[in-house]
Design a binder for this molecule. Structure first.
Ligand code: KPL
Length: 314
């Protein structure tokens, strides 16, 4: 397949490099220093996968791009602009797989692609729900940091998820199609709502959440997020949610969460599309979420005032 990875940070670079190694034709669109290191030396993978893989990498999306699919691995808040820039570059509708964390990602992509003139834009969108952990070590260098799985779901009536899942599996990435997109999006959002803000606030790897006081804080956030999920009609019990939380914490114990990696780099985080989105849904339903409200404020206070983000892709 011909693939473009729009916003190749840790996860996009890991996936793009593995897909290229498996025989796909991949272009990574990445921040300039990352793109030029890859163009010069290839992608260097460490950890679970140790390899150097030559991949085409550019700092901006080429015009008139012809690909079979775009993987959007930008931050959630950059999905609308990345989708719009891709639509302009691709000219004709093509599969767009959005692999971000958080709630409302596919809706945001659909809106942007529709505004760019695509009809039935939702049929081109695949939602990716990823728990393969990866860390950007430096320009061109990514650590494959543990076990995880990529779930793929067609958003509307399109039938693209299986084709992508096959390509990912052929590249050695554990990937499968799910028919229950909403439940899986929530399952991941619950885990992210508990892991990401606590690890980011305290500067700790995921595995430290097994210890108090972090354990208690993560459980409190999980509990609040779960009350919103349940009110939204997603059927998870406390036991389901806790089992999933500790499973992911153990599988990604040495990983620094994506939110912590963002703060480490002085970048804006995805707090608004994870805990912020849950808080907003809770407020609409009159559910009090005091711990979530506090952590949203604490993470915002740690964020930089500006982050150019995807505007570099235009
Ligand atoms: O999704 C993640 C993230 O960091 O955003 C987990 C699975 C929690 C791995 O760190």
């Amino acid at each position: 397949m011909r693939l473009v990875v729009v916003g190749a940070g840790a996860i996009g670079t890991l996936f793009g490099a593995l897909l290229q190694r498996a025989g796909n034709e991949v272009t990574l669109v990445a921040r300039p220093e990352h793109a030029s290191a890859i163009q010069r030396d290839g992608v260097r993978l460490e950890g679970r996968t140790a390899a150097t893989i030559p991949v085409q990498a550019v700092p901006t999306l080429p015009d008139g791009l012809v690909v079979d699919a775009a993987l959007l691995t930008v931050k959630t808040f950059d999905v609308p602009s990345a989708a719009a820039v891709f639509a302009q570059s691709a000219r004709t509708p093509t599969v767009v797989a959005a692999l971000e964390n958080g709630l409302g990602v596919e809706e945001a992509a659909e809106q942007a692609l529709t505004s760019a003139g695509w009809s039935a834009a939702g049929d081109w969108i695949v939602r990716g729900i990823n728990s393969v952990p990866a860390m950007l070590v430096g320009p061109g260098v990514v650590r494959h940091a543990g076990e995880g799985e990529l779930l793929l779901a067609d958003y509307k009536s399109g039938k693209h998820a299986e084709v992508l899942a096959r390509a990912f599996r052929a590249a050695g990435i554990s990937a499968r199609v799910t028919e229950d997109r909403e439940r899986e999006v929530w399952r991941k959002a619950l885990v992210n709502a508990a892991i990401n803000p606590v690890t980011a606030d305290h500067g700790i790897p995921n595995g430290r959440l097994l210890l108090d006081p972090y354990r208690g804080q993560a459980l409190q956030l999980l509990d609040e997020a779960l009350s919103v999920a349940q009110a939204e009609g997603v059927r998870f019990t406390d036991t389901d949610a806790q089992r999933e939380l500790w499973r992911v914490v153990r599988a990604t114990a040495e990983n620094r969460s994506s939110m912590l990696q963002d703060l480490d780099r002085g970048r804006r985080t995805e707090i608004d599309s994870i805990s912020g989105a849950i808080l907003e849904l809770g407020q609409r339903r009159g559910i009090a979420l005091p711990a979530t409200a506090r952590i949203v404020q604490r993470i915002h206070a740690r964020e930089p005032r500006t982050d150019p983000g995807v505007t570099r892709l235009a």
